[in-house]
Design a protein around this ligand. Structure first.
Ligand code: DAH
Length: 359
């Protein structure tokens, strides 16, 4: 009778253990059976009052059940802990390939983008980036570049002059990036191979002119530099920049700081109001260049008998408009967010020649 009862109790407890849905329910079952006031503990205590003839068997049976139950509880606990860990791992799983930060919403301005593209292209040809101040003096902006006082070329530059403190020479906003040529040659011995992108200023404003605009200057000075190097370098530059084979043409021109001087045209096609850069039956002027004038080398303390060099100057805004089909120069400086979202570039896509200049 007692044995039967124990067997039923055992089955009930084992079933309860098997059905425990979580560790908490399992613990309740354990305390209810094996705890200080648990049913099996209580029964164990009651054995002492039993008839000696029954005590041994009942004690042994009860002990068996206790160990069986304890083992079942441990096994079930093990299962439940495993399942809980699985569930936690599933819910906390992270995809390490997802971006750690949200993609930035800001866009890179086309002028900054083109700056970076130009730097990437010329860096690949071994050029370094040089810089100079936006506020210049007469010597660096004009005189050293072979534009003496009263030279008619000064008028073409529509210069912004700054009010000079009493007794001091007046300063100006640089009208081109060419003064960086002078600063570079004065501060380092040849060979020189630099580009100087930056802001420039002239009193001018219409569809294609803004009072502030951007240029990039290039300068190479060495003992054997010649016009062929200049042409090859610029030809490579425009093809890399426009990312197509671009035919080029050099026309004789005049700049006080170069001799001979030239303007370079790139091939294009115009049809029904649209312009395509590349092979075509038309030409578009994009830059001025030439061999550095011996007087300029002289002003910078370089022996023009030993050294010669080439230089060029490109309008950055202009080639940005051509490459990215932007119709109005003034829109560059409107700070209109809708415009920037449309024409801007993804902030983390830094232009390189191997990964592509623009995406
Ligand atoms: N400085 C010229 C300008 O602003 C551009 C230029 C032309 C630069 C010929 C040069 C050059 O270095 O050789 O219009």
């Amino acid at each position: 009778m007692i044995m039967d009862d124990l067997e039923t109790l055992g089955q009930r407890l084992l079933a309860e253990v098997g059905n425990a849905e979580n560790l908490k329910a399992l613990e309740t079952t354990r305390v209810g059976a094996l705890g200080k006031k648990g049913i099996l503990t209580t029964r164990m205590k009651a054995i002492g009052a039993m008839d000696a003839s029954l005590r041994r068997d009942a004690g042994a049976a009860l002990n068996r059940l206790k160990s069986e139950l304890a083992a079942a509880i441990e096994a079930r606990a093990e299962d439940l802990r495993g399942a809980a860990l699985d569930a936690q791992l599933r819910s906390e799983r992270i995809d390490v390939t997802l971006p750690a930060r949200r993609a930035p919403t800001g866009r890179v301005h086309p002028v900054s983008q083109v700056f970076d593209e130009i730097v990437a292209i010329f860096a690949n040809m071994g050029f370094k980036v040089a810089e100079g101040p936006d506020i210049e003096d007469d010597f660096h902006n004009f005189t050293a570049l072979n534009i003496p006082p009263e030279h008619p070329a000064r008028q073409d530059h529509d210069t912004f002059y700054l009010r000079a403190p009493q007794g001091q020479a007046r300063q100006l906003l640089r009208t081109h990036t060419s003064p960086v040529q002078v600063r570079t040659m004065k501060s380092q011995p040849p060979p020189v191979r630099i580009i100087a992108p930056g802001r420039t200023y002239r009193r001018d404003s219409d569809m294609t002119h803004t009072p502030m605009f951007h240029q990039v200057e290039g300068l190479v000075v060495d003992q054997t530099t010649h016009m062929g190097h200049l042409k090859g370098c610029l030809q490579d530059f425009v093809s890399a920049f426009f990312e197509v084979e671009v035919p080029v043409r050099f026309r004789p021109s005049y700049f006080p700081f170069t001799s001979p001087s030239a303007e370079m045209d790139i091939g294009c096609k115009r049809s029904r109001g649209s312009l395509t850069i590349g092979a075509g039956d038309d030409w578009l002027e994009i830059l001025g260049c030439g061999m550095v004038h011996p007087n300029v080398l002289g002003h910078c303390g370089i022996d023009s008998e030993r050294y010669q060099g080439f230089a060029f100057g490109v309008g950055i805004d202009r080639i940005a408009m051509l490459k990215y089909g932007i119709p109005d120069l003034r829109s560059f400086f409107d700070a209109d967010l809708r415009w920037l979202r449309h024409y801007g570039f993804a902030a983390l896509d830094v232009p390189t020649l191997h990964a592509g200049l623009a995406r």
